[in-house]
Design a protein around this ligand. Structure first.
Ligand SMILES: [Zn+2]
Ligand SMILES: [Zn+2]
Length: 243
């Protein structure tokens, strides 16, 4: 991919020790046009505080010939609030909002968290925040949700739905036994197509190893012949002008 807008550095507190400079070098070596850095918001264990995100505004907009955008992957908390205040989100290039456990809690005796009703309400509330541009990995089977209502809200609010490669890797973090995240994405993509909702394919690479790589997500989107004009990754100029 020439555009990857969901990647994590050492500032996310887990999964890598790579810095933004390490990430940009790898993106340049792969011939990428746009690299988006989206570290986890502070509710995720070990992640950076608000001051890290505040300071991204003074970071270079281009590194190693690659355009670098600075965002955040915030967590949607129980009740639908986000783990960074609007005053910080306003200073970022874009915001991906996703559900993670923790901070969301596992339901008693279950591998899942919340109900489809409560999770959907929280996604909808997050999408009402004007700084949220993308909903991340809502295929995650740990957080059952009503995709029809989510996609309708995405269409209404102009929010992009992410197709996350890490979600599709067998045995990945976002899965529970007996539920196929690929099936979840097939349902989601069918609804997105009906409502002409834009999608973002991403690696969710923690560190530089998988930047620009999303083979499973790409294969699914190609198989379903999702309209190219609705795939944000195909349009770097659109991304740089605020997709
Ligand atoms: Zn995530
Ligand atoms: Zn992520």
């Amino acid at each position: 991919m020439i555009v990857d807008l969901h990647t994590h550095t050492i500032a996310s507190g887990h999964g890598t020790r790579d810095t933004i400079a390490d990430m940009a070098k790898a993106a340049a070596a792969r011939g990428m046009a746009v690299l988006g850095i989206t570290d986890h918001g502070p509710a995720t264990c070990g992640a950076a505080s608000a001051s890290y995100f505040m300071n991204l505004g003074s970071a270079p907009r281009e590194r190693c010939g690659v355009a670098v955008l600075y965002g955040a992957e915030v967590s949607i908390l129980e009740g639908g609030a986000l783990d960074l205040p609007d005053s910080v989100l306003a200073r970022l290039d874009y915001v991906i909002a996703s559900m993670h456990m923790p901070p969301r809690r596992r339901s008693r005796g279950s591998l899942t968290s919340g109900t489809a009703e409560s999770n959907t309400a929280d996604y909808l509330k997050a999408m009402e925040n004007p700084f949220v541009r993308v909903i991340g990995h809502c295929d995650n089977s740990q957080f059952p949700a009503d995709y029809e209502r989510i996609v309708s809200a995405a269409a209404k609010n102009g929010v992009i739905m992410e197709i996350n490669n890490a979600s599709l890797i067998p045995g990945g973090w976002h899965q529970i036994p007996g539920i196929s995240n690929e099936d979840n994405y097939r349902r989601l993509l069918a609804l997105c197509r009906e409502q002409r909702v834009k999608i973002l394919i991403s690696s969710d690479s923690h560190g530089n190893r998988h930047i620009g790589e999303a083979p499973l997500a790409e294969a699914l989107v190609r198989e379903l012949q999702y309209p190219e004009e609705l795939i944000v990754n195909r349009h770097p100029e659109m991304v740089l002008n605020g997709a």
